[in-house]
Write a protein that binds this ligand. Sequence first.
Ligand code: GDP
Ligand code: MN
Length: 346
Amino acid sequence: DPTGEPEGFLTYASEEYAPGPAGTGRINATLLALVRNEELKDMLSSMRDLERTWNHKFNYPWTFFNDVPFTEEFKRETKKLTKAECRYELIPKEHWEVPSWINMDLYKESTAILKENGVQYADMVSYHQMCRWNSGMFYKHPALANTQYYWRVEPKVHFFCDVDYDVFRYMQDNNKTYGFTINLYDSPESVPTLWPETLKFLAEHPDYVHENNAMDWLTDKLRRPFHNKNAGGYSTCHFWSNFEIADMSFWRSKEYEDYFNHLDRAGGFFYERWGDAPVHSIGLGLFEDKNRIHWFRDIGYQHIPFFNCPNSPKCKGCVTGRLTDGEAWLHREDCRPNWFKYAGMG
Ligand code: GDP
Ligand code: MN
């Protein structure tokens, strides 16, 4: 199987994780979306899918974040799709603005070159701000001060499978830090100095590395033949962070916080196009126990153009497995087999 997905299909559904009456017994968690007012229609479609397949059984609250105030229309329409509480939060300027130490002339020069090298969104400053916020800021928002777990949801994604257990409770009971569905290679052009900068940080803090880390996955050299460039020693494998179910305690740890601050000072969120996916993935791969990272094989998911499709009657409309030749490249981008090789099925 080119996706590396194992034969068979397991779910964790059991009485233990089944929803209580009217969704009682929730743990400390929220669904979380950074989204623009203009993306309302696509946000509604993501919400519809997640409410239908999962959240109507649990009613976890939704927390929406934006760098500008949400419109009344956005609030009204999103509220209509859920029985759960909805919160609408403005991002403080100091979490979103380009930091003072970034030289905007250098930003323009560097990103013009990235753009020529085909790095998508390189010349869009808000995209860089978004990546930085998702890497090291979102969990510092005062609205999340008392929240531990989150499920990140983007506009225009799809959920295909009925999931009958409380995934947050599963994370808590099984001592998991981070859950993913899709694991991919990144374009090396977007992160040329991310790994060298990481190694500098590790030289200063060798004691931060977890004894059961996933360094082998981060430095795997068995790249597919078409990946002929490298990213300074980084495999570019990363959890695709538009989907995350995770425990914010990890992002709030001293190890990750120091790492983020080091990267932030180095400037690569702007002079290159470091994404929150590789930054989260490297942080987890180095400073967390790899056994605490979980593949949600049973959550059918799509963010264009990639899928995670379980082979299960619980899933409707998830169409991977038999891809046409024109879609073969989708499989070549898949880094899940490497993750399973080094970390097992978790
Ligand atoms: P892609 O998935 O890498 O193509 O990037 P997206 O355009 O989907 O952006 C990632 C996430 O950040 C989505 O949830 C967007 O709605 C959100 N996002 C991106 N830029 C902004 C922005 O400037 N403001 C706000 N409020 N959300 C943004
Ligand atoms: Mn997206």
